[in-house]
Design a protein around this ligand. Structure first.
Ligand SMILES: Nc1ncnc2c1ncn2[C@@H]1O[C@H](COP(=O)(O)OP(=O)(O)OP(=O)(O)O)[C@@H](O)[C@H]1O
Length: 327
């Protein structure tokens, strides 16, 4: 049994007739960067609010850092840094003054080191230069970073970030990704929700996918990749012959092993591109069988690789919806 930073069983939230979160069983390992993915309205924020004790569940239970929530909210929350829909910053105070106020409200934060803590948090999110600027003059991205700085004031075992790159430009998004990596390097578990696939793919070790209130899949990023449909890509000057061989060998193997998922010959033949590349669905056929058949038939194989369906395709399969892709 892995050591879990977040664990839920049958966690459920209903808003009148709407089931916003439908009996989810989350398992977030300690030390992971867990990407909590799903289209808008799939229940991510509601789940996060339940985990932090901000909204009560209708059924099920949640353990955060080993303690039941919301029963042990007083013990758990000081160990968790959270960015949920941005804290309410006072627009007419500077970023620095806002952080000092939040720090002062935390009874676990020693007063004597407050200034140093605030300066370090601002530095970590790249806002030192704007520390004295009033928050109403901050861009959306700067406000978002201030929210992250707020979550960083104290050293945390778990960071929960709800859509931390909302409103950020590509440069800001990259910076947040780098920050997430640096938290992970410090051993902090990071639970980060997103509807932006590229964010998750680049920083996460694990993912969970929400669709219409249900957790439709979770696991390591590698497991996700492996579950995607495998294809072969053959580079050869003998594209026509390669197509024939692929159709034959993949058809034969699929017929023997997997009659249900048997690809048609046309599918197996796949696309052909002008540089002499041919791709085909691999199914359950071992790639070495394909290589042997190609070589035996006299196809001059100049390149051969197996590629999995990318994560985007995988998520579309799981959720029936596309995800926004970072431009
Ligand atoms: N306070 C509320 N009252 C009524 N319905 C709500 C409330 N909060 C959320 N919902 C509904 O619950 C569903 C899940 O919402 P939630 O905000 O958790 O999704 P989300 O995945 O975080 O979406 P987004 O990415 O848009 O923030 C939505 O249909 C939403 O309209």
């Amino acid at each position: 049994m892995p050591d879990l930073a977040i664990e839920t069983h049958g966690l459920t939230k209903r808003f009148r007739s709407q089931l916003a979160v439908d009996g989810i069983d989350l398992a977030v390992p300690h030390g992971s960067v867990f990407g909590f993915l799903g289209p808008n309205g799939s229940g991510k924020t509601t789940t996060i609010r339940m985990l932090l004790g901000l909204v009560a569940a209708n059924a099920g239970d949640a353990r955060v850092l080993g303690a039941d929530m919301p029963r042990h909210v007083d013990v758990v929350l000081p160990r968790v840094g959270a960015l949920v829909e941005g804290p309410a910053f006072s627009p007419y105070l500077s970023g620095e003054a806002n952080l000092r106020r939040f720090d002062a409200a935390d009874r676990h934060a020693p007063r004597g080191t407050r200034n140093a803590r605030v300066a370090e948090a601002l530095d970590r999110v790249g806002l030192s230069h704007a520390a004295r600027k009033k928050v109403h003059a901050y861009s959306l991205g700067m406000k978002q970073r201030l929210g992250i700085a707020n979550a960083l004031l104290m050293r945390r075992e778990l960071l929960v970030l709800d859509e931390p790159t909302n409103g950020l430009d590509p440069q800001g998004t990259r910076e947040v990704r780098a920050l997430i990596r640096s938290f992970a390097d410090d051993g902090t578990t990071v639970f980060v929700s997103s509807h932006l696939l590229a964010e998750v793919e680049q920083v996460c070790t694990h993912v969970g996918v929400m669709s219409a209130g249900r957790l439709v899949a979770q696991g390591t990023l590698d497991e996700f990749r492996d579950e995607g449909e495998a294809r072969v890509l053959v580079r050869t000057p003998d594209a026509a012959l390669a197509r024939e061989v692929l159709a034959r060998v993949l058809e034969a193997r699929a017929g023997a092993d997997h009659p249900v998922s048997r690809p048609s010959a046309a599918d197996a033949a796949g696309d052909d591109d002008p540089d002499g590349s041919v791709t085909a669905r691999l199914g359950a056929t071992p790639p070495e069988v394909v290589v042997a058949a190609l070589v035996e038939a006299g196809v001059r194989v100049r390149g051969f690789e197996t590629v999995h369906a990318d994560l985007e395709q995988r998520f579309v399969e799981l959720t029936g919806e596309g995800f926004d892709v970072v431009q």
